[in-house]
Design a protein around this ligand. Structure first.
Ligand code: NCD
Length: 339
């Protein structure tokens, strides 16, 4: 080896060793109790704190320093996406690759399920027999990740199921709140928009409730499930201006037109008049309030451009934290003594 390259390799080795030590110290005796992540319901507050602690470390060492590390070399990851995705799929794939996992992607259109009639169960069992270590699954039907997780040995992580839950989105969202506000409990959070069709809201409300945060939910009555406040700890508002007063965190959702949300509102224009986060509405929140959105964003409908690209927007932090938190999740699910 050329002395220059040898030195480089040694440096990388030392850096990796130092990072692994920080990681082991940070985790200590803690671990995730379950094999899979299919719902926020399956995670305790201690487990979520563990994920956030690791996310912080992965962000500092891997994301910010733009490094790859061979922590999970030899493992295989299948990103099984039966619905469109940009952020979730790309960040899981990049996170896998940054940890040296071998990753493959399967989408509905390219699999034998689409035209050849194979069932989801049989497809998943086939992948299991090829010894995939982890499957990230997004599906249009609620409960699909739970169903598959019970059939196969591989770890299953939900990348969003129907209108039900999107647990890893809630983890990156809570981490973003923690990072920006220094704490999760004690914040006044308002979630606005199409709650009915939103799996993001499904996981976010569950996760906030675990930290004692009872969010204000704002939207037209047709887009908020009846009796929501009896199932979760939250307050329902139909006036966004009332809901947003004094908020620390404003979380806007997309109108899910592909899920027939159009039938629940008169027109998108009417909706955005009442529920779009614009500069005047933002003034009703605390001066240091942050604005969040899971993406994809409909500009001028969910958020006004001035708000989306303004100083209070945490939307890009969410994307970066999504990458960091998925690195942490993959490591906690597959690394250490789980290998
Ligand atoms: C969301 C999804 O697909 O669940 N996006 C995401 O994962 N960040 C939300 C949406 O489509 O509106």
């Amino acid at each position: 080896l050329h002395p220059k390259r040898k030195k480089l390799w040694e440096e990388i080795g030392e850096w990796q060793e130092a990072f692994e030590k920080r990681l082991t110290d940070c985790i200590g005796k803690r671990k995730l109790s379950g094999k899979n992540i299919v719902s926020i319901d399956g995670l305790g507050r201690g487990e979520m704190d563990l994920i956030f602690d690791c996310t912080r470390l992965f962000k500092e060492f891997i994301v910010k320093q733009d490094r790859k590390i061979n922590l999970l070399k030899g493992m295989s990851q299948v990103n099984f996406f039966f619905e469109d995705s940009t952020r979730t799929r790309a960040s899981f794939e990049l996170a896998g690759k940054h940890l040296s996992i071998d990753t493959i992607n399967i989408s509905k259109g390219g699999s034998a399920m689409d035209k050849k009639g194979e069932t989801l169960n049989d497809t998943a069992r086939t992948l299991d027999k090829m010894h995939a270590d982890i499957i990230i699954l997004r599906h249009s039907k609620a409960g699909t990740p739970m169903m598959i997780a019970n059939q196969i040995k591989a770890v299953v992580v939900s990348g969003g199921d129907g209108w039900h839950e999107h647990p890893t989105q809630a983890l990156l969202d809570l981490y973003t709140i923690l990072e920006k506000k220094g704490k999760i409990a004690g914040n006044k959070v308002v979630i606005v928009g199409d709650i009915k069709h939103s799996r993001v809201a499904g996981s976010l409300i569950r996760a906030l409730n675990k930290y004692g945060v009872e969010p204000n939910i704002a939207g037209p009555p047709t887009l908020i499930p009846f009796g929501l406040e009896k199932v979760f700890k939250c307050r329902v508002f139909h006036s966004l201006d009332d809901a947003i007063k004094g908020a620390d965190v404003i979380y806007a959702l997309r109108i899910q037109l592909e899920r027939a949300a159009g039938a629940d509102i008169p027109t998108v224009r009417e909706y955005s008049k009442a529920y779009c986060i614009n500069p005047a509405r933002l003034l009703l929140a605390k001066p240091d309030a942050i604005v969040m959105h899971p993406g994809p964003i409909n500009r001028e409908v969910d958020l006004r451009t001035e708000v989306m690209d303004g100083p209070q927007s945490a939307v890009e932090d969410q994307v970066e934290n999504g990458f960091a938190s998925r690195l942490a999740l993959l490591y906690l699910l597959l690394g250490g003594d789980r290998r």
